[in-house]
Design a protein around this ligand. Structure first.
Ligand SMILES: NC(=O)c1ccc[n+]([C@@H]2O[C@H](COP(=O)([O-])OP(=O)(O)OC[C@H]3O[C@@H](n4cnc5c(N)ncnc54)[C@H](OP(=O)(O)O)[C@@H]3O)[C@@H](O)[C@H]2O)c1
Length: 340
């Protein structure tokens, strides 16, 4: 195949159409592979980036160029291998997540550094597996930011805010396996899944306030709302490992205030919050970053994770799929680019 197809936008806006178009098939450079994409998840960040969110910082990395193809997660087959790549060959079944770019995975073919792909576990359907890498890598990054490891949380309580979401479910499962006693906070509907993932205590966020929870947690994670950040920091024990949030204002600061103003607001904002946590505890604003060893850890444990339910869309239905995510519909939206 000399041509590939992409679901791309030509400008930012919440209602901007995601046009399906043909494009020359990408060629791998040194250290790169081209993957023929079988399944690619749509994450909340894709919907927000379509509206222009984060474009100031993303443009510095060349990740806001038009036509812009969004998407980080992928499952597929190695289609071409560049010079200098070892360990992967044409035809290998792979999965992973590539860093933010303007040539994302919502396409039939995508180029990436070879280290962003791993041989895929064969026991999981492609559409299900495609929902995991971006979230898993973000959660493991959040653990590092909050100082979470077996030594710091084994036998101790850890609070997950947003436990019913994509990140939260993975975090609850991993924390349970590290020996933590997990308090899962979320809407009533998703809390049963948290119990199945290993949560010890469930808190319906519509019925019980964060402020009513004890101040005894070894770590707290915020995957839900920046408005709740201060309340969460107050829940840490005096000898806590730390806190991490994925819902921080970093990208928004740069969008609103420019590079200098955004940098200053971010430094000041972080410092203010850091002043509210116990001495010695870590405090992190987590950002997704690919990590080959964390991706391998996912390959090793993916079959044991409770699979999220998915709704699949063809590549030409990308607009409907984005709407599905934007409206917070149940089931994870996954594109199947092999089906135009
Ligand atoms: N910084 C990064 O690099 C990065 C990476 C990945 C994700 N994220 C962000 O992290 C967040 C979580 O991602 P996700 O994929 O897990 O999202 P998700 O699947 O949509 O889950 C969101 C969770 O937050 C809860 N929630 C939503 N609005 C809330 C509110 N106003 N107050 C309290 N809780 C609220 C939801 O609870 P119920 O639905 O049960 O009520 C759910 O548990 C998203 O905002 C996402 O954009 C950031």
């Amino acid at each position: 195949m000399n041509h590939s197809y992409i679901a791309a936008i030509d400008g930012f806006g919440d209602a901007v159409a995601l046009g399906l178009r043909s494009a020359p098939c990408p060629q791998p450079r040194h250290g790169e592979i081209v993957v023929q994409v079988e399944a690619a998840a749509i994450n909340p960040i894709d919907v927000r980036r379509r509206g222009g969110y984060g474009s100031r910082l993303f443009s510095l990395m060349g990740a806001a160029r038009m036509p812009l193809v969004l998407g980080n997660d992928f499952v597929g087959t190695v289609y071409a291998v560049g010079r200098g790549v070892t360990g992967l060959r044409e035809g290998d079944a792979v999965f992973g997540a590539k860093p933010p770019s303007s040539a994302g995975t919502h396409a039939t073919h995508v180029t990436m550094r070879a280290e962003h792909a791993r041989l895929r576990p064969s026991s999981i359907p492609a559409a299900t597996l495609a929902t995991l890498p971006y979230n898993f890598l973000t959660v493991t990054r959040a653990f590092a930011d909050a100082g979470i490891c077996r030594e710091t949380v084994n036998g101790r309580p850890v609070l997950v805010h947003g436990a019913t979401g994509g990140l939260g479910q993975i975090a609850v499962w991993l924390l349970h396996r590290l020996g933590a006693s997990v308090t899962a906070v979320g809407g009533r509907k998703g809390l049963d899944a948290c119990l199945a993932a290993g949560a010890a205590e469930l808190v319906d966020r519509h019925r019980q306030s964060l402020a009513s929870l004890p101040r005894h947690f070894a770590a707290t994670l915020n995957f839900a709302s920046w408005d709740d950040e201060a309340d969460l920091l107050q829940r840490l024990a005096p000898d806590a490992a730390g806190h991490a949030t994925t819902v921080h204002p970093l990208l928004g600061n740069f969008d609103r205030l420019g590079l200098l103003g955004g940098g200053v607001a971010t430094l000041v904002g972080k410092r203010g919050k850091r002043g509210q946590i116990p001495k010695g505890a870590r405090y992190g604003w987590t950002t997704f970053r690919p990590n080959p060893s964390a991706l391998q850890a996912l390959a090793d444990c993916a079959a044991a994770l409770a699979p999220p339910t998915v709704k699949t869309f063809t590549l030409s239905q990308a607009g409907q799929a984005y709407l599905h995510v934007e409206q917070g519909q149940p089931r994870r939206a996954v594109l199947l680019p092999g089906q135009l």
